[in-house]
Design a protein around this ligand. Sequence first.
Ligand code: 9WN
Length: 417
Amino acid sequence: MTLEAAAIRLLVRNWRGRYTVPAGGLYPHQWSWDSAFIAIGWRHLSARRAQQELESLFSAQWSDGRLPQIVFDPSRDDDYSPGAAFWRSAELPGSPPVPTAGLVQPPNHAWAALLVHRADPRESRRRGFLERAYPALVAWHTYLRDRRTDASGLAHVVHPWESGMDNSPFWDEPLSAVPEAGLDRVPRPDLEHAAATDRPSDTEYRKYLHLAAAYRDAGVADDGSEQFRVHDPAVNALWARSELALGEIAGELGERADHDERAQRIADALERLWHPGLGCYVARDARTGRLQEHRTVSGLVPLILSGVPRAPELLETLRGPSFRLGTSVLVPSADVQAPTFDTSRYWRGPSWFNTAWLMVEALERHGAEHEARSLARDVITHAEASGFAEYLHPFTAAARGTRAFSWTAALALDLHH
Ligand code: 9WN
């Protein structure tokens, strides 16, 4: 079977009528930033499905503008933890009519909406896609600006899950002061679908559950009581990239708005996260002001912005001994030379397909066409060879995590087109 046929088969299998699950077993609900990446793949097959994927998420938007990390399928509530019964979102102020998590994920949605529109502008106009998407996306970005941004101009995440890179070494220090949820047994349905050595540890899960419960019990109010508040480079770079996309969407609709200025302000604020000694951006604990001194793929993501002042140093770091572009498999999620490096455990070393896709975009943007093409070819080859794995051993390309993972198929398909 060709890459295209296999990827289509997977996406069709993971489609649930209005959205695509990231993986049928491990992740049986709709996830926020997954849907944006998945829509980028669907647009080549069905512009309509790509639009519906994003619209399904918009229909779960909270009244304060937040787009939730997860929109739950109540019929599968025992299959993932923490689920709808944990969040009880109906009891929380401003929640939508469908059950969702109270947390968010990285804001890649406006960028995806623009790409989806461009794939088939006629169908997009016929369905009034941008007219409906634009206000939802503006409300989402307004939430980030009003409820998540401090004087630094950067948006913070209140939980590692919100970064999408859940057990990154960036969170080790901020999590060190967080207590563990006092549970006899940590519910781990995830371990029925992926090896324990590929997933976060029970200790990490106890902290994740403590933080999520505390945020829920404070009414997801963003009132400053959060025990974890961190500025992440990828989250903010994606926000800036999406703000630029919103500017283009506004242009399509004939609206006048200051999205480009907002994007520039976020890009300027990102400079606070620059670590000259490491040659990349790093996370910053917003509560203590401390920079988290680790090289991770998140710190390279600002390369998706054309005007990023640190492009030469970032490209050097991407090519250098920490990430070894061209020699390692795709782009490792964290510095392969660091003491925290782990070839299997999730975001502490394995290579992921969404970040490789972002690096293809980054390399193209900065004139490294040859490397961009070569990385794109590797994404396609490894996606197919690994059975569309969630992530890969960064040296051997052995499949890690779950298989038949939707964004792996969607993004390989996108690079194939
Ligand atoms: C928690 C769905 C999500 C991705 C994240 C990835 C993983 C969830 C988990 O799966 O996180 O959100 O249970 O581990 O880290 O990026 O969105 O694919």
